[in-house]
Write a protein that binds this ligand. Structure first.
Ligand code: HEM
Length: 266
C-alpha cells in the first residue's frame, strides 16, 4: 500500500495518472464525436441516440460521475506536476523558455484550463439547457416525436438552432482549436509517460498524435460550420424556431382574426 501511495506522489506515478486519465478522456472525446456526427443524418437518428442514452439514468449518472472523477484527477495532477517542475527549476534554461520543448507542450496547462472552461459553458448550453447562455431561446421547449410515438428532447433542433448564433460558433471553434493543440502533444506524451519512446516507435507515435488530433478537430469543427453555413438543417430550423422564441406573452399579444374582423387583446 505504501509503495502504491509513494508511486502516486512521485513524478513518475503522477505521469502514469496523467496518461491513464488522459486515455479515458480521449476515448470519451472520440465516442462523443461519433455520436455528434449523427447530426448529418435525419433528425430521428441523433434524437433516437440521445433518447437511448438519457433513458438509462443509472448508467448515465454512473458514467457522468466517473468522467467527473477522471477529469478532476487529470486537472489536479497536471497543476501539481507543473508546480513541481517550476520548483525543481526556479531559473529557466539557458536557451530560453522553449529550450528542448515544442510550442504545444508549453501551452498544455493553459490549453487544458481553457478546454475545462469550455466544457463548463458547453454543459450549461446543451446539458443544463440554460436559456441565457445560448443567444436564441429556451431549448427545454424542443420536443420531438420518435418513430413509435415516443416523445423525446429534440437534440437535433437544439444543435441546428444553437449553431446559427455566430458567437456560439466562434466559441466552439476556438475550443476545438485548443483541443487540437492539447491532443497534438498530449497523445504523444501519453505513450512517452508509459515508457514507449524508442527510435522505432517515436516517429509513429508522433504521426498518430498529429493525425488523430487533426481528424478530431475537423470532425468537431465540421458540425458548427456546416450548420452556420446552412449546409444542413435549414428547413427543420424554420419549422421549430418559433417553439423556442415565442413567449406566452407574445402569443397572447397577437391579434385574433374572426369572421373577417381583427380583435386585439387588451
Ligand atoms: C461541435 C462540438 C460539440 C458538439 C456539437 C457537442 C454536442 C453535445 C450535445 C448535443 C450534448 C448533450 C447531449 C444530450 O442532451 O443528450 C453534449 C454533452 C456533452 N459534451 Fe459535447 N459537443 C461538442 C464538443 C464537446 C467537446 C470538445 C467536449 C469535451 C472536451 C464535450 C463534452 C461534453 C460533455 C462532458 C457532455 C455531457 C454529457 C452528459 O450529458 O453527461 N463536447 N455535447
Amino acid at each position: 500500500m505504501n509503495t502504491v501511495s509513494a508511486l502516486g506522489k512521485s513524478s513518475l506515478g503522477m505521469k502514469y495518472v496523467m496518461a491513464a486519465t488522459g486515455a479515458v478522456l480521449f476515448l470519451f472525446v472520440v465516442g462523443h464525436l461519433v455520436g455528434n456526427l449523427q447530426v448529418f443524418g435525419p433528425p430521428e437518428l441523433i434524437n433516437g441516440y440521445a433518447h437511448c442514452l438519457n433513458s438509462k439514468p443509472l448508467l448515465l449518472w454512473g458514467v457522468r460521475l466517473g468522467l467527473l472523477a477522471v477529469l478532476t484527477l487529470h486537472v489536479v495532477t497536471a497543476v501539481q506536476l507543473t508546480l513541481r517542475n517550476k520548483d525543481a527549476r526556479p531559473i529557466g534554461y539557458l536557451g530560453g523558455e522553449g529550450y528542448g520543448s515544442t510550442w504545444q507542450s508549453r501551452y498544455m496547462l493553459v490549453s487544458g484550463l481553457v478546454i475545462l472552461a469550455f466544457v463548463a459553458y458547453h454543459l450549461a448550453h446543451f446539458t443544463a439547457l440554460l436559456p441565457w447562455v445560448n443567444g436564441v431561446g429556451d431549448f427545454r421547449k424542443l420536443e420531438a416525436t420518435l418513430p413509435g410515438g415516443v416523445k423525446a428532447h429534440d437534440v437535433y433542433a437544439m444543435m441546428i438552432l444553437g449553431f446559427q448564433v455566430w458567437w456560439v460558433v466562434l466559441l466552439y471553434l476556438a475550443a476545438q482549436a485548443l483541443l487540437f493543440i492539447h491532443l497534438g502533444h498530449g497523445l504523444a506524451a501519453m505513450f512517452q509517460s508509459v515508457g514507449l519512446r524508442d527510435h522505432n516507435w517515436w516517429p509513429r507515435i508522433q504521426f498518430f498524435a498529429k493525425a488523430t488530433s487533426i481528424a478530431i478537430f475537423i470532425g468537431y469543427a465540421l458540425i458548427p460550420i456546416s450548420i452556420y453555413m446552412h449546409v444542413i438543417g435549414v428547413e427543420y430550423a424554420d419549422k421549430v424556431r418559433d417553439k423556442i422564441t415565442q413567449s406566452p406573452s407574445a402569443k397572447s399579444a397577437a391579434p385574433a382574426v374572426k369572421g373577417g374582423e381583427i380583435t386585439w387583446p387588451r
